[in-house]
Ligand binder design. Structure first.
Ligand code: NAD
Length: 248
């Protein structure tokens, strides 16, 4: 199996309709042991139980450095190593530039950008000791297009920041066998989008996408598995667009 004996940590992974949980399910089916990290309200332990036995659900807030460190320690205690980190936690806020308050800005950047830094810092020392590891950062097409349907400008900025941070880490840690890559999903049907688009608006959007449909969580999960596995062993610092051709 492609991910046999690999240990994967996925932040924001407990939402059962989300990209993180779809990734966890696919990774578990390919032999990985998975640790789902999420806020308490998302019930990570219950979500991990749905993956079958041998997986872990931990309450962790990626905006809190000590919470990230504690979660990484707990995963290492349980599984002995961390092969893959998927920095997936993120929040959106559909507002316009002039409406963004300082608190909004902090909240949105803290989860996507600070969270990616803190969680990467928490797993990197173990990966350095192993001389191997793959970090996958979930950015967004909003970073590339300068705006999305559900995210605001601060969300675009946070996700563009993730691209830069990931490339810098790819450069810094490549010599130690650690790869860092990004995925830029287009519009994917999850709780973020569910019930928020009228059929007419959905059709309008689909008409602008060469593959003529919104994305599914499994589409992003497949890309995460590729970047986590040795199939992508010579890829680092790349951005993998999973957007149905939206940017062509
Ligand atoms: P989602 O809301 O289902 O998942 C986000 C998860 O992050 C939730 O489980 C939430 O509890 C968790 N989270 C929020 N704050 C956290 C914190 N401080 N610490 C730990 N966990 C926290 O949404 P999703 O659509 O599955 O999004 C997953 C990622 O993909 C996000 O980074 C999002 O920005 C990105 N993305 C989504 C789409 C889309 O169309 N759905 C498109 C591009 C990028």
């Amino acid at each position: 199996m492609l991910l046999k004996d690999k240990v994967a940590v996925i932040t924001g992974g407990a939402g059962l309709n989300g990209l993180g949980f779809a990734t966890a399910r696919l990774m578990a089916s390919l032999g990985a042991r998975v640790a789902l990290l999420d806020l308490e309200r998302a019930s990570p332990a219950a979500a991990a139980a749905q993956l079958g036995s041998g997986h872990l659900g931990l309450v962790a807030d990626v905006t809190d450095k000590s919470s990230c460190e504690a979660a990484a320690r707990a995963v290492l205690e349980r599984f002995g190593r961390i092969d893959t980190l998927v920095n997936n936690a993120g929040i959106t806020q559909p507002v316009k530039t002039l409406e963004i308050t300082g608190a909004d800005y902090d909240r949105v950047l803290d989860v996507s950008l600070r969270g990616t830094l803190y969680m990467s810092q928490a797993v990197l020392p173990g990966m350095q000791s192993q001389q191997s590891g793959s970090i996958v950062c979930i950015s967004s097409v909003s970073a590339q297009r300068g705006g999305g349907i559900f995210g605001g400008p601060h969300y675009s900025a946070a996700k563009a920041g993730v691209l830069g941070l990931a490339r810098a880490m790819a450069r810094e840690f490549g010599g130690q066998g650690i790869r860092v890559n990004c995925i830029t999903p287009g519009l994917i049907e999850t709780d973020i989008t569910q019930g928020k688009l009228s059929p007419e608006r959905k059709k309008e959007i689909e008409d602008t996408i060469p593959l003529a449909r919104l994305g599914r969580a499994q589409d992003v999960a497949g890309a995460c598995v590729f970047l986590a596995s040795d199939l992508s062993g010579y890829c680092t610092g790349i951005t993998l667009d999973v957007n149905g051709g939206m940017l062509i």
